[in-house]
Ligand binder design. Structure first.
Ligand code: ATP
Ligand code: MG
Length: 674
C-alpha cells in the first residue's frame, strides 16, 4: 500500500461494490488491480474466489507475477515452505481461457460434445473452403480468408447465422451469410469451435441457462477486469452475468487505448459502465509514473488529435528526461541496422540489459528484418504476439498429433498428420478413406478398420494405414500413463518427426531452428504438468488453443527478461520498457493501409490510439524511425512519413503538405523531416 498515491489507495481499499478506474496510460491502473487482489486476500477473501481477467497471455502472466510478489511479501516467508503447489491462487486469466473452462463444464447443454476441440486457423480455412464450395461460390468471388473475416466480424457483434442475412449489405455479404450457416453447422457437427465461438457460446450458455449462470457466478466473490476498454459485446455481457449477484466488480481502463475496434470492442462499454452499475464508484488517476515528461508530451499532443474522447489529465510524475528521437533512414535494411547498432551501443553502458529494449512493429511482416539483424549482432531476442509460436508448422503438426491422440475423431488434425512425415498414405488413399467415412456416416478414424477388413485398399497402402493406426493406438495407450510432456516427446520419437524436418528444411540452420521449436513445445508441455500432477492432455491442448495462457514457464520468462523484445503494438498493450523503438513510422504502416482505405474517418483515430499505446510504453527514451524507401514485392517504393510524427511534434500542418507534395520532393531528393 506504501507505493500508492491517495487516489490509488482509495481504489484499492474500496473492496465492495462496482468500481470504475478510468485513467490514462501509465497511471498505475494495473498496479491498482494487482494490489487490490493482494488486499482482498489479506482481508480474508479466499484467493480462489477472486477472478481477474485481462487481454493477453503476457499480461495475465505479468499480473500473476506481480500479485505473487505482493502476496509473498505479506507472508514474510513463514508459509512459503508449504510449497506453492497447493496454495490456492486467484484465477488470473484471459477471457478466452476463462470461457474454455466454463464451456468444458457445460457445453453439452448446447449440443456440443464435452470433448469439443478448438480449431486453429488452418482448420477454419478448410471448413470455410468446404462451406463455400457447397454453395458453389468460386474463390474469386469470396476467398475462405475473407469469409472468415466477415464471420468473425459478425460473431464479434453476437450476430448468429440466422440473423446474418438481415444485416448483410452487399452481394458478397449475402453469400457470406449463406456460407456462415454452413460453416457453423460444420463446426458443430465436428464438435469443434472457433476462437470467437468461445465467447459467443459462453454467452449463450449464460443467457439460455440461468442455472449455469448462477453456478458459474457462484464460483467467485470478486471480479477484476484490466484493459476494460477493449471488451467486446460478448465479453461485456459475460462479465455482467458473472458479477450481477455480488456486484463486486472492479474494471480499469483507458478509452484512449481502445485498439480492438475491428474485433467488436466498443469504447461505449467503458463509458456506459456507470449506467449499468449506478452505484459505481469512479476513480480517476492523473499521475503518469512510467514515462518521462518529454515522452508524455508527445503522447498527449498526439492523442489530442482524436475528437471523440474523454478529456483526461495526464501529468508526468517524473522529470522531463530526454527528448524522443526521430530517425530518418534510407531503406528498411538501414533502419534495422541503425536500430540494432543503437541498442548495441546503449548496452555498453553499465546497468543496461537487453531486456530493457523493445522494438514495436505495426505489421507482422516488419519483424523479420529486425530478427536478421539481431541474429547478426548476436543479441538475444524474443518475438511476442502476432507471430505466435503456435503458428509454426512444426508446432502445429505436433499439436495435431496430440489432438488426434486425445480425440481421434478430430478430422482436420487427422488429415494434417496422416501422412506427415510421409508414410506411404498418398492422396488417393486418403480420398478412399474419406469416401468410406462419408458413406458410413462415421468419422475417418472409425471407418479405417472397416476399410482394412473389407480389402478396400491396395496392399501397400493398406499396410501403411495399418501402421498409422497402430502408431496412434500406441500413443493413446501411452497417454493414459504419461504426463503431456513425456507424451509429446514420445510423439516426436515414434512418429519419426525429425525426418519431416530433414525433408523440408535442407538448410541445417533452418532445421536447427525448427528442432528448437519442437523442443520448446515439449518444454511447454512438461512445464505445464510440472507441479500439477493431474494436468491432462486435454487441458494442455485447451491452453495451447487459447494462446497458452498458463504455459507460464519460468525459463521462458527468464529468457524474456534478458532479451530484446520484438513485438507488435497490439501485443505491447499494458507493458513497459525503458527504451522503446517504434519502427516503420510511415503512412500505410502506421496508420495502416487498411485504415487509409477505410470509409470511416474513425479508422485513423484507432490507428492514432495504437500509436499512443506505443509511445506510452516508453519509460526513459523513445526512438521513432522511418525509411525513405521500403520494398514491396521486392521493389523499393518511396514512402511518406507517418502523419503521427508530424502531429506529435506539433507540425500537423506539414503532414498535409508532405503527403501532397511528396512526389515533387522525391524528385528533388529533398524532404521535410518531421
Ligand atoms: P497502461 O495504461 O499502460 O496499462 P497502467 O495504468 O496500468 O498503464 P501500471 O502499469 O500499473 O499503469 O503502472 C505504470 C508504472 O508506474 C509501473 O511501473 C508501476 O509500477 C508504476 N507506478 C504505478 N503507481 C505508482 C506509484 N504510486 N508510485 C510509483 N510508481 C508507480
Ligand atoms: Mg495496465
Amino acid at each position: 500500500m506504501a507505493g500508492l498515491n491517495p487516489a490509488q489507495r482509495d481504489a484499492v481499499q474500496t473492496l465492495t461494490g462496482p468500481m470504475l478506474v478510468l485513467a490514462g496510460a501509465g497511471t498505475g491502473k494495473t498496479r491498482v488491480v494487482t494490489t487490490r487482489i493482494a488486499e482482498l486476500i489479506r482481508r480474508g477473501t479466499p484467493a480462489e474466489r477472486i477472478l481477474a481477467v485481462t487481454f493477453t497471455r503476457k499480461a495475465a502472466g505479468e499480473m500473476q507475477e506481480r500479485a505473487a510478489v505482493l502476496l509473498s511479501r505479506g507472508k514474510k516467508g513463514a508459509s512459503r515452505k508449504r510449497g506453492k503447489k497447493k496454495e490456492p491462487r486467484p484465477l488470473i486469466s484471459t477471457f478466452h481461457s476463462l470461457c474454455v473452462k466454463i464451456l468444458r463444464r457445460h457445453i453439452h447443454q448446447l449440443g456440443y460434445p464435452e470433448k469439443f476441440t478448438i480449431c486453429d486457423r488452418g482448420d477454419q480455412e478448410s471448413i470455410a473452403r468446404t462451406a463455400l464450395r457447397e454453395i458453389r461460390v468460386p474463390d474469386e468471388t469470396l476467398r475462405p480468408g475473407d469469409l472468415l473475416a466477415i464471420i468473425s466480424n459478425w460473431k464479434n457483434q453476437s450476430i448468429e447465422p440466422k440473423e446474418a442475412a438481415s444485416v448483410a449489405e452487399s452481394d458478397r455479404e449475402h453469400l457470406a451469410a449463406a456460407a456462415y450457416r454452413r460453416y457453423q453447422s460444420k463446426l458443430k457437427l465436428r464438435g469443434t469451435t472457433d476462437f470467437d465461438d468461445l465467447l459467443l457460446l459462453t454467452e449463450q450458455l449464460m443467457t439460455k441457462h440461468p442455472a449455469i449462470r448462477r453456478e458459474e457466478a457462484g464460483l467467485f466473490d470478486q471480479i477484476l477486469v484490466d484493459e476494460y476498454q477493449d471488451t467486446n459485446g460478448s465479453q461485456y455481457r459475460i462479465v455482467k452475468a458473472l458479477a450481477m449477484g455480488h456486484r463486486n466488480l472492479c474494471v480499469v481502463g483507458d478509452d484512449d487505448q481502445s485498439i480492438y475496434g475491428w474485433r467488436g470492442a466498443e469504447v461505449q462499454h467503458i463509458l456506459r459502465f456507470t449506467k449499468d452499475w449506478p452505484e459505481a464508484k469512479v476513480v480517476r488517476l492523473e499521475e503518469n509514473y512510467r514515462s518521462t515528461g518529454a515522452i508524455l508530451d508527445y503522447a498527449n499532443t498526439l492523442i489530442a488529435f482524436n475528437s471523440q474522447r474523454h478529456d483526461k489529465i495526464l501529468r508526468p510524475a517524473r522529470g522531463a528526461g530526454q527528448r524522443p528521437q526521430i530517425l530518418q533512414l534510407q531503406d528498411e535494411t538501414q533502419e534495422a541496422e541503425t536500430v540494432i547498432t543503437g541498442i548495441q551501443l546503449a548496452l555498453q553502458q553499465p546497468g543496461i540489459k537487453a531486456g530493457d529494449f523493445a522494438i514495436l512493429c505495426r505489421t507482422n511482416e516488419q519483424p523479420r528484418i529486425f530478427e536478421t539483424e539481431l541474429r547478426k549482432a548476436k543479441l538475444p531476442y524474443v518475438l511476442l504476439g502476432g507471430m505466435s509460436f503456435f503458428d509454426r508448422k512444426e508446432v502445429r503438426d505436433l499439436v495435431a498429433y496430440l489432438k488426434v491422440v486425445s480425440n481421434p475423431t478430430d478430422e482436420s488434425s487427422m488429415l494434417r498428420i496422416i501422412n506427415t512425415p510421409p508414410r506411404g498414405i498418398g492422396a488417393s488413399t486418403v480420398k478412399s478413406l474419406m469416401a468410406a467415412a462419408v458413406e458410413r456416416g462415421k468419422p475417418l478414424w472409425e471407418a479405417i478398420p472397416e476399410v482394412l477388413s473389407t480389402g478396400g485398399l491396395p496392399a501397400a497402402a493398406a499396410g501403411s494405414v495399418q501402421k498409422f493406426q497402430k502408431l496412434i493406438q500406441d500413443l493413446q495407450e501411452l497417454a493414459e500413463r504419461l504426463p503431456p510432456g513425456k507424451l509429446a516427446d514420445a510423439v516426436v520419437d515414434r512418429s519419426n518427426y525429425h525426418r519431416e524436418l530433414d525433408r523440408i528444411y535442407p538448410d541445417p540452420n533452418d532445421r536447427e531452428a525448427r528442432r528448437a521449436s519442437v523442443e520448446e513445445l515439449i518444454n511447454a508441455a512438461t512445464n505445464y504438468s510440472d507441479g500439477n500432477d493431474e494436468a491432462t492432455l486435454r487441458e494442455f491442448l485447451d491452453d495451447v488453443a487459447v494462446g497458452g495462457d498458463d504455459l507460464g514457464d519460468d525459463k521462458e520468462k527468464e529468457l524474456a527478461r534478458n532479451a530484446v523484445a520484438l513485438l507488435t503494438m497490439h501485443s505491447a498493450k499494458g507493458l513497459e520498457y525503458p527504451y522503446v523503438y517504434m519502427v516503420g513510422m510511415e503512412e500505410g504502416i502506421l496508420p495502416h493501409r487498411r485504415s487509409l482505405e477505410a470509409v470511416e474517418a474513425s479508422a485513423i483515430d484507432e490507428e492514432r490510439r495504437l500509436c499512443y499505446v506505443g509511445v506510452t510504453r516508453a519509460q526513459e527514451k523513445l526512438t521513432l524511425s522511418f525509411a525513405l524507401t521500403r520494398r514491396k514485392w521486392g521493389k523499393p517504393r518511396e514512402t511518406t512519413p507517418s502523419r503521427f510524427l508530424y502531429e506529435m511534434t506539433g507540425q500537423a500542418e506539414n503532414a498535409k503538405k508532405s503527403s501532397k507534395s511528396t512526389s515533387k520532393q522525391r524528385k528533388t531528393g529533398k524532404r521535410a523531416k518531421p
